[in-house]
Design a protein around this ligand. Structure first.
Ligand SMILES: *Cc1c(COP(=O)(O)O)cnc(C)c1O
Length: 381
């Protein structure tokens, strides 16, 4: 039913997911070029993209942006392999699958790791971090996920950064699903490195990640990387030398990203983008609660990125059937990723506005009616 009035201009469904996301027509159009990797036009675009990304976090001359081919996980892995030296030790704050993935990367790389875990519906704990760092002087780095996309929870980055800095350790941030929508100011949040990708809140297309690093910290990573293709230091040094990527650059992805950053600035940067997502999130949560659904998180912990809803206890609710019917109505939602409760997720990022959120709610209401689901309350806790 891609011709339904709800359909996007391309006839594709709206993506209410954590990525890939719905992109604007202008971003898709920006890719209608074939640039060679040494083309001066391409080199200029690449330089501009890198500079703009540093500006988004209010970075200064002491910060650099190193882009990297691949999905977001590639650049998370690159950050861990580069910044934690072979004789270092990393404390990973975990409250979901992406924190666990960081710990798993450290295992692959044989880096000494300690995990400090809180439940999926609970923010990471800066006080416990404080105690752990005081007790373990071997910990050289702390790794944290800004918005844990598993649940949609916002972690207290400011407090984590303050504690980490007070103990003189390096902070490594996975800001994948927050970057561009939730403020992260390098002047207030001292970090060694922060990573994100082209296709989440910055609304580009998938294909590359980037690391914004404190130059001084990056300089010290020479020789640390266990991987050639993920060696951020090498990528940085060679890009500074000739403006080029070491290996085939994702040229179309960078052209799209350049256009995406232009649209991002036109929308008012982090404040403007964050405000649209917050409004999307409000409409979604209020509409779903009116239908009887319950959110996993209280509003105070919810990032305006992706919302986790408890699965209704009504036996007529079957997630696969629910998903398929919504997909046919032009809306793609996402399964849950929680280990503790049966749930599903609906995203509010990408090129979506009130019209798409209202449209999704109307489709959900209709689908529930067709399925005969009368009660959307979760099982009693
Ligand atoms: C999306 C995401 C990633 C990277 O996922 P990829 O599928 O590799 O792009 C990493 N961390 C967080 C918090 C994310 O939301």
């Amino acid at each position: 039913m891609t011709t339904a009035p709800s359909a996007s201009p391309t006839g594709d469904p709206w993506l209410l997911t954590p990525g890939p996301l719905t992109t604007s027509p202008g971003i898709k159009e920006a890719m209608l070029h074939d640039y060679g990797s040494r083309d001066t036009r391409f080199i200029a675009v690449n330089r501009r993209v890198r500079e703009r990304l540093v500006e988004i976090v209010n970075g200064d001359d002491g910060h650099v942006c190193v882009p990297l081919q691949g999905s977001g996980t590639f650049v998370v892995e690159a950050m861990m392999g580069n910044f934690v030296p072979p004789d270092g030790k990393v404390l990973v704050l975990v409250n979901g699958a992406y924190g666990k993935r960081i710990a798993r990367i450290c295992e692959y790389y044989d880096r000494a790791t300690v995990i400090q875990e809180t439940p999926e519906d609970t923010p990471v704990d800066p006080q416990a971090l404080d105690a752990a760092l005081a007790a373990d002087r071997e910990v050289s780095h702390v790794a944290v996920v800004h918005c844990e996309t598993t649940s949609g929870i916002l972690n207290p980055l400011q407090a984590v950064a303050e504690v980490t800095a007070r103990h003189g350790r390096g902070l490594l941030i996975d800001a994948m699903s927050a970057f561009g929508a939730i403020p992260l100011d390098a002047r207030a949040i001292p970090f060694d490195a922060v990573v994100a990708s082209s296709n989440k809140c910055l609304e580009g297309v998938p294909g590359m990640g980037f690391c914004i690093a404190r130059k001084e910290a990056l300089e010290r990573t020479k020789g640390n990387s266990p991987s050639l293709s993920l060696d951020l230091y090498d990528q940085w040094v060679s890009m500074e030398q000739n403006g080029q990527w070491r290996f085939t650059p994702p040229t179309h992805c960078i052209l799209a990203f350049d256009r995406a950053l232009e649209e991002f600035e036109a929308e008012g940067g982090v404040a403007g983008r964050g405000a649209r997502y917050a409004r999307n999130c409000r409409i979604l949560i209020e509409g779903m609660r009116a239908l009887g659904f319950r959110t996993l998180l209280p509003d105070a912990l919810q990032a305006p990125v992706i919302v986790t809803f408890h699965k209704p206890v009504d036996p007529k609710f079957d997630f696969e059937a629910f998903y398929d019917r919504l997909r046919r109505s032009g809306y793609v939602i996402y399964p849950g990723k929680l280990t503790v409760a049966d749930s599903f997720r609906i995203g509010c990022i990408g090129r979506l506005g009130p019209e798409q959120m209202e449209g999704a709610l109307a489709a959900i209401r209709e689908t529930l009616g067709e399925m005969g689901v009368a009660n959307c309350m979760p099982a009693a806790a």
